[in-house]
Ligand binder design. Structure first.
Ligand SMILES: *Cc1c(COP(=O)(O)O)cnc(C)c1O
Length: 405
């Protein structure tokens, strides 16, 4: 049976794309029609048996799903307390969960008769995953990226080009993610008959928070079944890191209606001062960014605040609207982990289990290790959203090899 379009928790979103008071569609008038077209197409196509069968086949034969659930036994025993299990999204083709929604968006584009995918990217991870999907489906791909990020993320720029994408340098403003979004929206506006805009997380205007969640739900559905098969029970707790919140919505969706504690882990970076972290749920207040309403790190005038994290995939001042709803509903706990705590977990997993995690995912693991010690017994399932190969340069330059850890 299709799981697409069914609400994860509560009856959300409503037909205008609101999860409680969050989400919606705050668009310039010219973009209302193209987004309405995407919404209509998604609701029609998502329930099409051919679409569902093809997406399943892609997941199995191209992405390498299902990804395993792994009991990190050595790490658990050395840590003490509850046992740690990992949902291995790092074993996806391209090394992270983003391919789950990029393949869905690419398939939707082909069903809609579009010829081109347009998106922005910050650190380049979404750009690489989307360029991969475009190559698979034989679609053109245009990725907008700030000039500052192009210099910082040179290997990902090369990957996108190798995959056949066009990387459009953005040279106005601060030349980073925010300007890249503006540039990508402009390009989409000029080309929406032929192209589709592809958002990289459960953020942006309706229907993207709904659609990206639906494409990521496979993580939670698989993990629940696998965990029960492995242990005979549900986990006592589930954790995932939260940037925009797509990997977290994916795994959380499988457990929202179960008696399971759920924790979303945000980056505290260097500390709680403005500009030193990206802990949106903890320090943000309601605002509008990139066409939707959410908790937002912002100044007095409502402008997004500068954000920082050692994990470039987590440094976004907004967050997915469904997370905001789940926080207010008291169903999910949102907590923080600093760069220092993340670093410790990164080395532990590498050395004790032979798994080098993405720095983003190491945030979820760091919290799980703390929580496991508090719990004493039981089990925690961590969504290991990606592998750390992309982070090697950063780690060697800033943290070393951990030989003294
Ligand atoms: C992009 C990224 C994230 C953050 O994105 P979400 O939408 O919050 O999941 C987390 N982990 C990895 C490995 C990423 O590449």
């Amino acid at each position: 049976m299709s799981t697409i379009g069914r609400p994860a928790f509560g009856n959300n979103p409503d037909e205008r794309g609101f999860f409680g008071q969050y989400g919606g569609q705050f668009l310039p008038p010219q973009l209302e029609k193209p987004f309405a077209e995407i919404t209509e197409a998604y609701h029609r196509i998502a329930n099409d048996a051919g679409f569902i069968a093809e997406l399943r086949s892609i997941r199995k034969h191209f992405q390498g799903r299902p990804t395993p659930v792994y009991h990190a036994r050595k790490l658990s025993l050395s840590n003490g307390g509850a046992h740690i299990y990992l949902k291995r999204e790092d074993l996806n083709h391209t090394g992270a969960h983003k391919i789950n929604h990029c393949m869905g968006e690419g398939l939707l584009a082909t069903y809609m008769g579009k010829k081109k995918l347009i998106a922005e990217t910050g650190a380049g991870q979404h750009g690489v995953a989307l360029a991969t999907a475009a190559a698979y489906f034989g679609l053109a791909c245009e990725i907008h990226m700030g000039e500052v990020d192009i210099v910082k993320q040179a290997p990902n720029v090369s990957r996108m080009k190798l995959l056949g994408a066009t990387v459009v340098p953005v040279s106005f403003g601060l030349k980073t993610l925010k300007e890249a979004v503006d540039s990508a929206f402009q390009a989409y506006l000029a080309d929406y008959e032929r192209a589709i805009y592809c958002i990289g997380s459960v953020v942006g205007p309706h229907p993207f928070p709904l659609m990206v969640r639906d494409f990521q739900k496979v993580v939670g559905i698989e993990a629940r079944e696998q965990f029960i098969e492995l242990t005979g029970n549900l986990p006592d707790a589930v954790t995932a890191c939260v940037g925009g919140g797509s990997n977290a919505m994916g795994i959380f969706s499988g457990f929202l209606n179960d008696p399971v504690e759920i924790y979303g882990v945000e980056p505290l970076g260097r500390g709680p001062a403005v500009g030193d972290h990206a802990a949106t749920m903890t320090y943000g207040r309601e605002g509008i960014i990139h066409g939707f309403k959410c908790y937002l790190l912002q100044d007095e005038a409502g402008e997004p605040s500068p954000v920082y994290s050692c994990a470039s995939g987590l440094d976004y001042p907004g967050v997915g609207p469904e997370h905001c709803y789940l926080k207010d509903a008291g169903r999910v706990n949102y907590v923080t982990i600093s760069d220092e705590q993340c670093k410790e977990a990164f080395f532990k997993l590498s050395r004790q289990e032979g798994i080098i995690p993405a720095i983003e995912s190491a945030h979820a693991l760091a919290f799980a290790l703390d929580q496991a010690r508090k719990m004493r017994t039981g089990s925690i399932l961590v969504n290991l959203s990606g592998r750390g190969d992309k982070d090697l340069d950063y780690v060697l330059e800033n943290w070393g090899t951990g030989a003294d850890a």
